[in-house]
Design a protein around this ligand. Structure first.
Ligand SMILES: Nc1nc2c(c(=O)[nH]1)N[C@H]1C(S)=C(S)[C@@H](COP(=O)(O)O)O[C@H]1N2
Ligand SMILES: [Mo]
Length: 334
C-alpha cells in the first residue's frame, strides 16, 4: 500500500468532504423529517422496529464539517434526545490526557492529528499503512446515532460520523487463521500529559473477536455532530462498538493487528476481575463494585439526583448483535 503524505493542513478534509452550509441544513431537515419507514436504509432496516427518528441537533460550528451521504438511526427503543455537543465534548474518558472528566477537553489541544496513519498488520493478505485521507475516502461516510454506555454507569446519545469497520476489514483480506483484532491507540509523551501517570500500561490496547469487529454496527469513526472529531473524543479516528462498554472503543487509533489468539487488553490487564475481554453491556452482570442495572444520562436535568434509566441488554442492540453470543455464558465471558 502506498503511503501518501497529506497535502491538507491540520483538520482540513479534502474538498469532497466539505459540504456547504445550505446542503448541510437541508440534510438536517431531512433527518428531522425522516419517518420510520424512510429509515429503512441498510442497518436501520433490521433495527426499524426499535428505531425512531431523533430530534435534530445543532452542528456546533467549531470544527470542519464532515457530512455523510446517508443517515440512519440505530437501536433507540424510546425517543431519546441526542446529548448536547457541550456535554459530549467536555465529559470524557481519555486517560492519556488525564483521569478527570474535564481533563481531555482542557489538555488535548496538544494532539496533532495531521499527518496521521493507521498501520494494519498481522494475519491479513494485504497489510499496509493507511493515510488518514485514504481512510476518509475508503467508504461512504454515514451518520449514526448510537448510545454510548460507560462501564462507570453513565451514558450519552451521540451522532457519530464514519462507516462500518467491516469496510476496512474486507479490503485487507483477513486470513483464515485470523480470529481476533487488536486496536492500538497513540501513546506519545510529547502530546499526551496523562501518559506520565501509571493508571494503565500504555499504549491503550483493546480487542474484539473478528466476527464482532465485522458486525455492521461496529464503526470506524471520524466525526460527530456533523464535524470532525474534537481531540478529546478521539481524533482523528476511533472505534465505536455500541453494544459494549465505552472502554472497548479506543480513541486516536494508530495500529490494527489481526491475530489468532485473544489479544491482551489494557483494562483487562489492569483489573481482570473488573474488566473482561467481552465487556458487553449487560444489566444482569454487576461490576464487582457496583450494579450495572441502571445508568445516568449525561446532561439530563437534576444532575446526580436525576432519575436513572434502566440499562438495556447489549445497550439496546440485542436484536442486532445477540446472535454473536448464542450459547455463551455471559457471566463467565463478562
Ligand atoms: N485511547 C483511549 N481510548 C478510550 C479511553 C481512553 O482512556 N483512552 N477511554 C474509553 C472510555 S472508558 C470511554 S467511556 C470512551 C469515552 O468516549 P467519549 O469521551 O467520546 O464519550 O472512550 C474510550 N476510549
Ligand atoms: Mo468508560
Amino acid at each position: 500500500m502506498i503511503i501518501k503524505t497529506s497535502r491538507n493542513g491540520f483538520q482540513h478534509p479534502v474538498a469532497s468532504e466539505i459540504t456547504s452550509r445550505a446542503v448541510y441544513l437541508d440534510r438536517r431537515r431531512w433527518i428531522q423529517n425522516m419517518a420510520l419507514g424512510s429509515a429503512g436504509l441498510g442497518l436501520a432496516a433490521w433495527g426499524s422496529r426499535e428505531a425512531v427518528a431523533q430530534a435534530a441537533y445543532p452542528r456546533p460550528g467549531k470544527l470542519v464539517p464532515l457530512t455523510g451521504g446517508r443517515s440512519l438511526v440505530a437501536g433507540a427503543t424510546t425517543v431519546e434526545a441526542v446529548t448536547s455537543y457541550q456535554h459530549a465534548s467536555t465529559y470524557n474518558n481519555f486517560y492519556e490526557f488525564g483521569t478527570d472528566k474535564a481533563d481531555p477537553a482542557r489538555t488535548s489541544g496538544t494532539l496533532r492529528t495531521r499527518p496521521w496513519t493507521v498501520a494494519v498488520e498481522g494475519l491479513v493478505q494485504k497489510p499496509g499503512t493507511f493515510d488518514l485521507d485514504d481512510l476518509l475516502k475508503l467508504a461512504p461516510m454515514e451518520e449514526r446515532v448510537y448510545r454510548l454506555r460507560c462501564v462507570e454507569g453513565w451514558s450519552m446519545v451521540i451522532p457519530w460520523m464514519g462507516y462500518s469497520l467491516a469496510e476496512l476489514i474486507k479490503r485487507v483480506e483477513p486470513m483464515g487463521s485470523a480470529k481476533y483484532m487488536e486496536f492500538v491507540t497513540l501513546a506519545d509523551q510529547t502530546m499526551m500529559p496523562g501518559l506520565r501517570s501509571g493508571v494503565l500500561d500504555w499504549p491503550y490496547v483493546e480487542g474484539l473477536r473478528l466476527d464482532e469487529a465485522q458486525h455492521p454496527l461496529s464503526m470506524l469513526v471520524f466525526g460527530m455532530y456533523g464535524e470532525v472529531l474534537p481531540n478529546q473524543n478521539g481524533a482523528p479516528v476511533r472505534l465505536i462498538v455500541p453494544w459494549k462498554y465505552g472502554f472497548k472503543s479506543g480513541k486516536s487509533l494508530v495500529k490494527i493487528r489481526f491475530t489468532e489468539k485473544q489479544p491482551a487488553t489494557s483494562w483487562n490487564l489492569s483489573a481482570p476481575q473488573e474488566y473482561g475481554f467481552y465487556s458487553n453491556v449487560n444489566p444482569e452482570v454487576s461490576h464487582p463494585r457496583w450494579s450495572q442495572a441502571t445508568e445516568r444520562r449525561i446532561g439530563e436535568e437534576g444532575g446526580l439526583l436525576a432519575k436513572r434509566r434502566k440499562t438495556l441488554m447489549f445497550n439496546g442492540y440485542e436484536p442486532q448483535v445477540g446472535q454473536l453470543y448464542a450459547g455463551m455464558d455471559l457471566k463467565k465471558f463478562y
